[in-house]
Design a protein around this ligand. Structure first.
Ligand code: NAD
Length: 268
């Protein structure tokens, strides 16, 4: 089982199937981020990258990764700060003039709301979680549309807790459900422009965002025990699936939620 993925990866990399494609990646915090796994695969397959960092505190962690990835654009982007996402797209417009891939790999909820029951979630906490984790993807799609004149792919990261009750996922469940629904409506609205929109739904991965969930280690242990493939997924697995969705191999696919979870979600 072990060398097969490497062999597949080598063949994929040699294909350089994303050569000449321009990809915006929002959501790299560090080398464990799912967004970093996606950016690495996009780059290995030949894409040119625009990478964002949350703020000055995050920059020292993201900048070296952006350099290693040879990113053409590195820009700050806190989607909760008005004008920052727009500024990123303006930089893409002036530097590249077009965009092929937009990856949204961000989520946030205030700790008290994230770790409490949904029933107790605050107005403000729910609004913030929805704005950063869902509505910002809609805004991204709106800004990407005029730059995707030749079509393109927009991707957002979801989680199984959108569809089934996962203990301790709390208010992020309905927020991710809204995100997956938004993916379908955006796919419908942008389909005639050949802009395809997908959610990717990874199994549990040890990242900074995940460490905010109560008893996250239990989810990791259960994933190994219960997933048919019997191993945790890694950020490269997610990157390979994300990359596939952007290629002509997936040209007639849109509006899906694609699980990258070793089959965990099929289990009762
Ligand atoms: P991560 O902590 O590496 O990434 C989360 C990112 O969200 C960070 O880069 C952070 O800067 C960004 N972010 C938070 N608030 C922001 C804001 N206001 N503006 C811009 N960016 C902001 O963790 P991750 O696990 O890689 O998370 C990426 C995505 O994957 C999230 O949507 C998460 O819900 C989803 N996901 C994670 C898992 C998992 O187990 N780790 C599983 C399924 C889905």
């Amino acid at each position: 089982m072990n060398d097969r993925p490497n062999e597949l990866n080598k063949a994929a990399i040699q294909s350089q199937i994303l050569h000449g494609k321009r990809a915006l990646v929002v959501g790299i915090a560090n080398e464990h981020s799912i967004a970093y796994g996606c950016a690495r695969v996009f780059r290995e397959l030949g894409a040119d990258l625009a990478v964002t960092y949350l703020n000055e505190k995050a920059k020292p962690y993201v900048e070296p990764l952006a350099k290693e990835l040879g990113a053409s654009i590195l820009a700050p982007c806190d989607v909760a700060q008005s004008g920052q996402l727009e500024a990123v797209f303006e930089q893409i417009r002036t530097t590249w003039g077009s965009l092929d891939i937009g990856l949204h790999s961000i989520a946030f909820a205030p700790k008290q709301d994230l770790q409490g029951r949904l029933v107790d979630s605050s107005d403000e906490g729910f609004k913030v979680a929805m704005d950063i984790s869902c509505h910002s993807f809609i805004r991204m799609a709106r800004l990407a549309e005029p730059l995707m004149r030749e079509g393109g792919t927009l991707l957002a990261m979801s989680y199984h807790g959108a569809n089934k009750v996962v203990p301790n996922y709390n208010l992020m469940g309905p927020v991710k459900a809204a995100l997956e629904s938004a993916v379908r409506y955006l796919a419908y609205e942008l389909g005639d422009k050949h802009i395809r929109v997908h959610a990717v739904s990874p199994g549990p991965l040890k990242t900074r965002a995940a460490s905010g969930l109560k008893d996250f280690d239990v989810l990791l242990t259960e994933a190994i025990e219960r997933a048919p493939i019997g191993e945790l997924v890694d950020i490269e697995d997610v990157g390979l699936t994300a990359a596939y969705l952007t290629t002509p191999f997936a040209r007639r696919l849109t509006g899906t939620t694609t699980y990258v979870d070793g089959g965990l979600s099929i289990m009762a």
